[in-house]
Design a protein. Structure first.
Length: 157
């Protein structure tokens, strides 16, 4: 059983033209394995995991009260393994295979995880369309780009 605490804060600034800037901050901490039942699957040797999220968003309203929203989100998480154990791993073999996929991920568990996400939304009273591009090129086991596009609409009045 784990125990965690988190807190979030949001500040909205409304400009003279009614467009908005939103600023958000989130912090959390998790204490792993306070109580162990039966067999424990250990995903790292740090007893504590912490995370930080920040977002800045600009919302531009049209004359018809629709809006365009542009956001940038940054996420940071502490490492799964202790930094002082970074040199414990030494993979031997063919270099290209070792530095691909999960093989490389095992050797980076002592590094902080971080990523940036760029978000766009266009909304009307009848529908909302949104998309994002998320990069985690630094660590996160297998560097990649993730994208998503979505549409939301009401199913009633």
């Amino acid at each position: 059983m784990d125990f965690g605490l988190s807190g979030n804060a949001i500040k909205t600034l409304t400009l003279k033209n009614n467009n908005q800037f939103n600023f958000a901050l989130g912090l959390s901490i998790l204490r792993k394995n306070i109580v162990n039942f039966d067999t424990v699957v250990e995903l790292g040797n740090n007893k504590f995991l912490g995370s930080l999220e920040t977002e800045v968003e600009y919302t531009l309203y049209t004359q018809k009260k629709n809006y365009h929203s542009f956001g940038i989100l940054y996420q940071l998480q502490t490492s799964y393994n202790k930094k002082e154990e970074a040199d414990y791993y030494k993979l031997l073999g063919q270099w290209a295979e070792i530095n691909a996929g999960w093989h490389n991920g095992v050797t980076t568990l002592h590094q902080y995880l971080s990523n940036w996400t760029f978000i766009y939304t266009y909304a009307t009273p009848k529908f909302k369309i949104y998309g994002y591009i998320k990069e985690d090129l630094d660590v996160n086991n297998a560097p990649d780009l993730q994208t998503s596009i979505g549409v939301q609409f009401p199913l009633g009045n």
